[in-house]
Design a protein around this ligand. Structure first.
Ligand code: RAM
Length: 359
């Protein structure tokens, strides 16, 4: 929580001095923000579905992590769509997936640069809220994609697939591979990551079903979307739990590192691994028998939809309210509860289809 005198200073700064100064002094999160953020921040006013698509906008992309190939692909999809719609694309972001302070300062940078809209994959549900609200109060439209904030801190969230679907299907995939019996672990990304934590919540719920009565989740490890940390965490999981039968890694960085470790160890093919990976990262591990099946959506399509949502918001075609519809390319999307827009269903990749995909 900001101290009262700092709060006053912030208000005075915002009112009387440059926006930049107020942002620097007052960014960050307070507990109160998180509590107040449960209702979606659909923009005020009415949507005009027939409004023309504005050109000449600037759309800033702020991924969780710039040097993560998943975001390189996703944001390229965003860039292509923004350019196609006649606007300017830019990308800023931290190189570590656990640098929430860095993400806050990038939000502030985009706000100071007066972009028309920003698309953000959040490292933490609450940490960016003060900064994002400041952006929205400056007329900037905020779309989260891939990993959401609390709903009140953005206008809409472009979700890669139903979160519940993703969580449950990963458990289903692994349980089938281990014959519904044995110890399993999860190798996640950052401990605060909204998307991974939501999926893990559904995994735990799925595991309550009686058909998993012989499956036991023994540990959730965090590799922070860092290849080396994820590799070491996998090694640690096997050392600590010698009877481990399977690992779910709902992160492209984690699953690749875990596959790399397993593939060079005595556990190859014996300890099963599934989760969310890209076909290009995972092809060789599917072909060499380390991995049977895993899943993902097309990251470029997620970036594309985030860009088109940002432009539709900035053009006044949607405000982020439930029930509004808009056209993105040739598909019409309907905004769901809490301003969530769903890209579609994930694809399961295995030895039969993996060669048909190139991302
Ligand atoms: C990593 C990131 C990202 C997640 C994918 C599956 O690249 O954690 O947020 O959506 O994995």
């Amino acid at each position: 929580m900001l101290k009262p005198n700092l709060r006053r200073t912030c208000a005075a700064l915002a009112a009387g001095t440059s926006l930049a100064l107020a942002l620097t002094a007052c960014g960050g999160t307070t507990k109160k923000d998180v509590k107040d953020d449960n209702a979606s921040a659909a923009s005020a006013g009415k949507a005009d579905p027939n409004a023309a698509t504005k050109k000449g906008l600037t759309v800033g992309f702020l991924p969780k992590q710039v040097n993560n190939p998943y975001f390189t692909t996703a944001d390229k999809g965003g860039e292509k769509a923004v350019t196609e719609l006649g606007s300017t694309y830019k990308e800023v972001g931290p190189s570590s997936a656990t640098d929430t302070a860095g993400q806050v300062s990038y939000v502030n940078t985009l706000t100071q640069q007066r972009v028309s809209a920003m698309a953000v994959s959040a490292q933490d549900p609450g940490a960016l809220c003060t900064a994002l609200k400041q952006a929205m109060s400056n007329g900037i439209k905020v779309v989260t994609y891939d990993s959401d904030t609390s709903p009140g801190c953005r206008n809409a969230f472009v979700s890669q697939a139903g979160a519940e679907d993703l969580g449950r299907t990963e458990v289903q995939l692994l349980a089938e591979q281990i014959g519904y019996k044995g110890e399993i672990a999860i190798l996640s990304a950052a401990q605060t990551a909204t998307n991974q934590n939501t999926w893990i919540g559904y995994m735990k719920d799925e595991l309550k079903d009686p058909r998993y009565k012989d499956v036991r989740l023994v540990k959730i490890a965090y590799g922070n979307d860092d290849a080396q940390q994820s590799f070491q965490q996998t090694q640690g999981l096997l050392q600590e739990h010698p009877n481990l039968k399977g690992i779910i890694s709902p992160t492209t960085v984690g699953i690749k590192a875990a596959a790399q470790y397993l593939s060079g160890s005595k556990y190859k093919g014996k300890v099963k691994l599934t989760g969310l990976g890209t076909p290009n990262d995972m092809r060789k591990y599917v072909k060499n028998g380390t991995v049977d099946a895993f899943e993902l959506w097309d990251p470029a399509k997620l970036g594309d939809l985030a860009a088109r949502t940002a432009v539709a918001l900035a053009s006044g075609q949607i405000t982020g309210k439930e029930g509004e519809t808009f056209k993105a390319g040739t598909t019409t999307y309907t905004i769901g509860k809490d301003g969530v827009i769903n890209l579609g269903k994930p694809t399961v990749f295995d030895t039969k289809n993996i060669d048909q995909f190139d991302f």
